[in-house]
Write a protein that binds this ligand. Structure first.
Ligand SMILES: Nc1ncnc2c1ncn2[C@@H]1O[C@H](COP(=O)(O)OP(=O)(O)O)[C@@H](O)[C@H]1O
Ligand SMILES: [Mg+2]
Length: 251
């Protein structure tokens, strides 16, 4: 069995004339938190979306547990145990917490769940939330009445419904209040403890340095640095993000 859970080899992706990713090779080990950082437009979201089956790469390949896979849509990724928590959560504000946790499941599964008593869905939702250490007064609260931090927890609970191996998180603190950030970071650590690997994208570098085992820096669609957490610091990461490592006259 490969110790690499997920491997991306030589991934390139363009949108028209924009080269979002160029020859990106990156792997995710079991039970690690990989911090992926970079300035705006560096290609972070595009990379996660390729791992989540939202975009197909133009070139390159993906391997899950050593086997080549083609992820044509998020459902394919889910079958491989890969779930993404999107930056904007993708929740339905006018539905309640339980409905949102079960939202967007594949049709057959959804039909199965529709046949189940609502009670069973509620029980499963409560179970996932409890595993996350999150409490709500009522699971029938509409999502529009939740705070940003609470909505984030619902989005994560949805991703955990079928025990994924990999969770992709794109700027998970972007719509959180400052006091909701620490619990979120704790939750990411908990995911790791239960054996999930997390690919964590954020431009809040202190957060990334606090939780990541390894940090990869993207700049203009290319990987410019990869460091173990204990081998780097904030200054060095900023240096790579900004391209200060390049000498005058370099391309
Ligand atoms: N769906 C898309 N269509 C066209 N251009 C896109 C699309 N998604 C991303 N891009 C472009 O690709 C580049 C990388 O974007 P993105 O992956 O979102 O960067 P990041 O998440 O690091 O800010 C940017 O120049 C962005 O404008
Ligand atoms: Mg982004």
């Amino acid at each position: 069995m490969s110790h690499l859970l997920l491997e991306a080899r030589n991934i390139s992706k363009s949108f028209g004339a924009v080269r979002a990713l160029e020859n990106v090779s990156l792997s995710l080990e079991r039970g690690e938190i990989l911090g992926l950082v970079g300035d705006n437009a560096a290609g972070k979201s595009t990379f996660l979306k390729i791992l989540a089956g939202v975009h197909l790469p133009d070139h390159g390949e993906l391997l899950v547990e050593g086997k080549k896979v083609v992820l044509r849509n998020p459902r394919d990724a889910r079958h491989m145990g890969i779930e993404m928590v999107y930056q904007d959560f993708m929740l339905a504000p006018n539905l309640d917490i339980v409905a949102n946790i079960f939202l967007g499941r594949e049709v057959t599964r959804w039909r199965v769940f529709q046949k189940l008593e609502k009670k069973k869905m509620k029980e499963r939702a409560a179970q996932v939330l409890e595993e996350l250490g999150v409490q709500f007064k009522s699971l029938n609260t509409l999502v529009m009445n939740l705070s940003g931090g609470q909505q984030q927890m619902v989005a994560i609970a949805r991703a955990l419904l079928y025990d994924p191996k990999v969770i992709l998180m794109d700027e998970p603190t972007a719509s959180l209040s400052v006091r909701a950030i620490e619990p979120l970071l704790q939750l990411v650590e908990n995911l790791k403890e239960r054996g999930c690997s997390v690919n964590y994208v954020s431009h809040r570098l202190p957060d990334v340095l606090a939780i990541a085992n390894r940090i990869v820096v993207l700049r203009s669609g290319r990987i410019v640095a990869e460091r173990k957490r204990e081998e780097t610091n904030l200054e060095e990461i900023v240096y790579f993000m900004m391209g200060l490592d390049r000498k005058e006259g370099d391309a």
